[in-house]
Design a protein around this ligand. Sequence first.
Ligand SMILES: Nc1ncnc2c1ncn2[C@@H]1O[C@H](COP(=O)(O)OP(=O)(O)OP(=O)(O)O)[C@@H](O)[C@H]1O
Ligand SMILES: [Mg+2]
Length: 248
Amino acid sequence: MNKHEFSGLFLSGTDTGVGKTMVTAGIAAALRDDGEDIGVWKPVQSGALANDPDSDAYRLKQLSGVEDSCTEIAPLVFPAPLTPLLAAEAAGKSLTMDEVVDAGRLLQKRHSALLVEGAGGLAVPLTRTEMMAHLAARLRLPLLLVARAGLGTINHTLLSIWYARELGIEVAGVILNETSPEVSADESVKTNARMIERYGQVPVWGTFPWIEKNLHQQKLVSLVRERIDLEEIRSCIRSQKKTGEMSR
Ligand SMILES: Nc1ncnc2c1ncn2[C@@H]1O[C@H](COP(=O)(O)OP(=O)(O)OP(=O)(O)O)[C@@H](O)[C@H]1O
Ligand SMILES: [Mg+2]
């Protein structure tokens, strides 16, 4: 595989339910609003069918505004609410890394860069021998780690960063997500970013705000612009494209 076949960012989380879909879609919506041709890809989705309104594919499509269909956004979908390896096995399938990567080529050809949402966290079984982190490594995409904004996040975030680095993944940045409207009152929120930057040697690109249900897309975009360092994200994506173009 060409070293730079895929460009963009791989978004993983410190856990399932930390807000990867919200953050992926919010960043994609804001970059697209600035005229960037960004697609969204959920390589393996378990626990919901692609067109289900609660599914990641559906929410990624609705919030980001991409025109790709839900089945293009999430080409490998398994209904069991289990880790991808087991959800696939429950459907009588044994996933291979080549097949997961192949299924994303269409979207990568169509867009100039992709935001790729992993399932669960990094140490989540994907194939018989590989974890979700191995997919990020195989795609050679820098990692954007989504973590909870409140108490407990330093431990989960640092463990994820160190595991990713052990596999040779470039950890580009962290976004802290407000997973509830109350979390901003948590005393630890003021200091978590500083601790993660110091001990993880990684930039925190902002705190993603709690988003009201049915918020208008333009309002989502303006909240993301206010709270997230989009310039850093853009330059991370652009620097890969330049290296790729130069090496061709
Ligand atoms: N910033 C936020 N504002 C409002 N709701 C949020 C926010 N972050 C997360 N949520 C809600 O919390 C739930 C979990 O978030 P989300 O689905 O984005 O997590 P995830 O990390 O993508 O989970 P999964 O591992 O299942 O892919 C969803 O119902 C989502 O709408
Ligand atoms: Mg998700």
